[in-house]
Design a protein around this ligand. Structure first.
Ligand SMILES: N[C@@H](CCC(=O)N[C@@H](CS)C(=O)NCC(=O)O)C(=O)O
Length: 239
């Protein structure tokens, strides 16, 4: 049975981390809100749930009778099934720690343009967004990227993977983080990339994996835009 992914249909957003894993694995899945059923099917599940399972926010995954929510949790569920994670439970928790750090990083990237409230427009919190972005560029991008650079260079199995000796969903997510930051903060990233060669090399290796390359060239890959987590507002990229 195909996995059902529920996410907003017009943005890469947080759903993209799940799409990349499903695409790399060549898994059968339906991106439900992008299909005939539309967003209505997603909001219906969020309102009424499924046998008591009530997801708070997308993305969430439906696998038969089970609903799994939160990016890191979905990936932890899918990882061993798609051969994108080690099978041993302790190792899966180690990997999940890395993915949860990506969750934090993505949350902070979102807060650069919505530092006060997600319920307000960007235009209503522009000044605060500018201050938040300056701090994100000065302190948080270097701290998170520096951490993942160390994770890669400390991997005893080699710097081509964040965990162990083969591809995991964390490698795919790191690719997407670099893509998103390049889109949102092109100026800041120009300097940052020089300091993080292992991350850039990982990004480039993921990009040319056959299934990923095919996906990126397809119309299933949604372009970044200003409704997404990673948004390009040039005034926020000045540091
Ligand atoms: N921790 C969740 C965050 C989910 C989330 O914030 N989803 C966004 C879309 S990217 C949303 O629709 N949020 C609605 C809300 O927070 O009210 C995850 O990692 O999946």
């Amino acid at each position: 049975m195909a996995y059902e992914l529920y996410y907003w249909p017009s943005i890469p957003g947080r759903g993209e981390f799940i799409r990349l894993a499903l695409e790399e694995a060549g898994a059968q899945y339906v991106d439900v809100a992008r299909g005939r059923q539309g967003v209505g099917a997603m909001t219906k599940l969020m309102k009424s749930g499924l046998a008591g399972q009530l997801p708070f926010a997308p993305p969430f995954l439906k696998d038969g009778d089970l609903i799994v929510s939160h990016v890191a949790n979905i990936l932890m569920y899918l990882g061993p099934r798609l051969d994108l994670a080690p099978k041993s439970e302790p190792a899966r928790h180690g990997l999940n720690g890395l993915q949860l750090t990506i969750t934090d990083f993505v949350g902070e990237a979102h807060d650069t343009h919505h530092p006060i409230s997600s319920e307000l427009y960007y235009e209503d919190q522009k000044q605060e967004a500018k201050a938040r972005s300056a701090a994100f560029i000065e302190h948080r991008i270097p701290k998170f990227l520096g951490y993942f650079e160390r994770v890669l260079t400390h991997n005893p199995k080699g710097a081509h993977h964040a965990f162990g000796g083969s591809l995991t969903y964390v490698d795919l997510s790191l690719f997407q983080v670099i893509e998103g930051l390049r889109y949102a903060f092109p100026k800041a990233m120009k300097a940052e990339e020089k300091r993080h060669p292992a991350l850039v090399a990982l990004h480039d290796l993921v990009q040319i994996r056959p299934n990923i390359a095919r996906y990126l060239a397809s119309d299933r890959r949604i372009a970044f835009n200003e409704s997404c987590v990673f948004r390009r507002y040039p005034e926020l990229d000045e540091g």
